[in-house]
Write a protein that binds this ligand. Structure first.
Ligand code: SAH
Length: 488
């Protein structure tokens, strides 16, 4: 899978600054399905080309793929070669900083329209060639399409459904990447790698500013969420309402996700999920630390945000003094497992109300307000950094009395012998903060949303590197005082 982007902006090597990838060397990043490489075949002041090469691990895919339609498909398929949703995921993960649109030192360069030429190799299009034009021309691109013959030795066989597509336009590089992020998967007929994982949000986020005016917007949403009608309806409704992300009040809950869609999402989350770091005892310790903090703050109703398979809820179910415990997650599959386990393991506690619902923690959800405490155990590091402000608004903007957040301490990774340097503990982690980074984030969030915050290590503390995990306890001060007085 190959994508090249060329500019003749002067100096052209500014491209390296924009992409946060120096033209001097090869950059490689491990992704859950293979390796993404960024390199520059040409980098002079006059002309600079960046290439994103995606090397899919076909064996890894077979292992993860649960829903192949026929068994041979596992071995005979186009996945390693064509530009598909994997390419979008790679664009998001490798060029995330540019996509966020913010630059500390050169904002004017990020926002500047510069002459660009993108070449996407092996872009599948089973509809007529015109469809490619209908997607890109309304966005102002000059489009050049070169078909690939099925077999050059047998011209009579005609062309394959794969095209080399060249797009030319003067625009900010970020805009080009946003278009590619959304439109590449639209052209692919295969089930998407990432469906089910807060994709409505990503489509709206990267579609911001252009998708709602695109003449093919219905087709784009439908094809982006292929086989998932409820998702595309949700996205189209939001586009119609002209609702910006900030204004989106509520993500429609589990009712909108019909059974068939659920099944699809189920498979996809399975393929995306890798086990958390193996140390279950550390995970248990996190839950124990959280429970101790809930007790300390006299919490009686709690929502576990990003509850996963409901490990914390199962322990909470056995605790005294709680009247309501709930869990929400973006993954319906995790919720189903949580539901099953919560039902079967223990007899239902008489007065304890238990609820599970689907929600994305980067959307404001009115239901968050109904609790004394929100808990996020090892969840924030699964969210793209540019989406953290949305998470902050949804979680801290709900105004509940106590918010607990745990996250890995990245410094401690050096002590995991089997973890290669620079790699995260979990393939889906978007970042693993140092203690200082976590404290800076927590302090800023606390002051913007009117909380007091305290930080604590979780696990054995190494003198230099700290503990493997860390927790921030946010408490609304006015309410805290009242409670303390009441308790006295
Ligand atoms: N808190 C759980 C699971 C942690 S794994 C535990 O302690 O065991 C991270 C969880 O966050 C996953 O279940 C994942 O589905 C969920 N998640 C990731 N992004 C999310 C989002 N945007 N909204 C809601 N949940 C999300």
């Amino acid at each position: 899978m190959l994508l090249t982007i060329t500019t003749t902006h002067k100096p052209a090597t500014d491209m390296g600054y924009l992409l946060h990838k120096s033209p001097d060397r090869l950059h490689s990043k491990e992704l859950p399905f293979g390796t993404a490489h960024v390199f520059y075949p040409e980098a002079t002041d006059k002309k600079c080309t960046a290439a994103l090469l995606l090397e899919i691990d076909p064996v890894g895919l077979v292992r993860k793929e649960k829903g192949s339609t026929f068994s041979l498909e596992q071995y005979v398929n186009d996945r390693p070669y064509v530009a598909s949703s994997f390419m979008s995921v790679a664009i998001n993960r490798v060029f995330g900083t540019l996509l966020s649109g913010k630059s500390k030192h050169r904002q004017e360069l990020v926002d500047a329209a510069i002459p660009l030429e993108a070449v996407i190799y092996s872009l599948p299009c089973r509809a007529k060639e015109d469809f490619l034009r209908e997607l890109f021309e309304p966005l102002g691109y000059a489009v050049e399409i070169a078909p690939t013959p099925l077999d050059p030795k047998f011209p009579k066989w005609g062309n394959s459904p794969y095209y080399t597509v060249t797009l030319r336009k003067s625009c900010p590089l970020r805009e080009l990447l946003m278009h590619l992020y959304v439109l590449i998967p639209v052209l692919d007929n295969k089930k998407h790698y990432f469906i089910g994982d807060a994709e409505v949000e990503k489509l709206l986020h990267y579609g911001e500013g252009w998708l709602k005016d695109h003449p093919q917007k219905d087709m784009i949403a439908k094809r982006y969420f292929r086989n998932l009608r409820s998702f595309s309806r949700m996205a189209l409704d939001q586009l119609k309402d002209d609702a910006s992300l900030e204004e989106t009040e509520e993500l429609e809950g589990e009712k909108t996700i019909k059974a068939d869609a659920q099944e699809e999402a189920l498979e996809e989350t399975l393929t995306a999920a890798e086990p958390e770091e193996k140390k279950t005892s550390l995970h248990k310790l996190r839950h124990e630390t959280v429970i101790a903090a809930l007790r300390e703050h006299n919490v009686s109703t709690v929502l576990d945000v990003g509850c996963g398979e409901g490990k914390l809820l199962r322990i909470l179910k056995k605790q005294k003094g709680l009247s309501k415990i709930s869990g929400c997650d973006v993954s319906t599959q995790s919720l189903e497992i949580a539901n099953e386990r919560l039902q079967s393991r223990f007899p239902k506690h008489g007065e304890l109300e238990i609820e599970l619902f689907q929600s994305a923690l980067t959307y404001k959800d009115k239901r968050f307000k109904d609790y004394d405490a929100l808990v996020l155990v090892e969840v924030i590091e699964h969210v793209d950094e540019p989406r953290l402000p949305a998470l902050e608004r949804a979680v801290f903007g709900a105004g509940v009395r106590v918010v607990l957040v745990t996250t890995p301490n990245g410094e401690y990774n050096a002590l995991f012998e089997t973890l290669p340097a620079g790699q995260f503990r979990h393939a889906d982690h978007r970042f693993e903060w140092s203690r200082k980074e976590f404290e800076d984030w927590g302090t800023r969030v606390a002051s913007s949303f009117g909380y007091e915050v305290a930080f604590a290590p979780i696990g054995d503390v190494d003198e230099k590197l700290g503990a493997p995990s860390q927790m921030a306890t946010f408490v609304k001060p006015d309410l805290k005082e009242k409670i303390e007085q009441a308790v006295k």
